[in-house]
Design a protein around this ligand. Sequence first.
Ligand code: SF4
Length: 338
Amino acid sequence: MTSFPVEPFAIEPESAELNPQKRVMLLKPRGFCAGVVRAVDIVRIALETFGAPIYVRKEIVHNSFVVNELAEKGAIFVDDIDDVPEGMRVIYSAHGVSPAVRQRSKERGLKVIDATCPLVTKVHVEAVKFARQGYSLVLIGHRDHDEIEGTLGEAPDVTQVVSSAEEVASLQVPDPNRVAYLTQTTLSLDEARDIIQALKEKFPKIVGPHSQDICYATENRQVAVKNVAHTADLVLVVGSTNSSNSNRLVEVSRNLNTVAHLIDNSNAIQPSWLEGVSTVAVTAGASAPEILVSEVVAYLRGKGFGTVDEVEVMPENVRFGLPAEIVQAIGPAAVAAR
Ligand code: SF4
């Protein structure tokens, strides 16, 4: 599987102004997760194989740089499936869709390629299973997020969304002994733990998924920040404002009392943030490409940060296969060669 184009690491030429005492810590793992690599590859392969235009329902991943680059290559991003002309090819984003969207695509004769992350699909399957078993479902997540919209659509009549531990108190269900919970994949581990604890206190017999729904990439990036934030004066998180997992990385750092900012790219860095700062930790949300990280490092080099170290907190080697529609279109040999 190929990944999104990554520029060589952009270290600026040595300069007399570089101060080796001023340090950049590049956290690892950071940036693209397996679900994002797969989703971006799907759009790129579809454009190469079928030609433009290719419609994409919602942002394929929540990153403006990635979306703009794919749009320049011929992807057309739409909010509503009804905005796709009948009979055309459409790709569902990594965040997944509800059964109602799938049904509408069928009615309009659309050729669908599904880029839903397999870890989001896992949550959908759990929602269907619990609903069939007669449980009331509590979905922990952010109501306005594309992923929650899709998961909620699997069992809308029996599902309620909660975003905080405080909201748990007002939940009403037909049978308190038959309640199940699920979570969005990109939540804060700490916040989700608190909400699940509140649910367990209110519904002692509540059941949950076999393995937690917060995905490996969300967890690993948060753990990396937790491990390192206390040694930094500043944490910079590369990611777009609508990226849930990127926002959570900022929160994790701030909860540890280390100043943190979410930045779309190096242009968003305010020079005043660096006053009196000698160590900056840099990470990136799961949808932010490495080229943007490289630009941030280059910017910091330009501000005299003379030491750049990659700090690997844990290895990460997850990969997901391409969907059947793509494998059929380009052939297994071409898939294997990528
Ligand atoms: S953040 Fe997690 S759930 Fe979302 S696309 Fe990446 S691996 Fe999948």
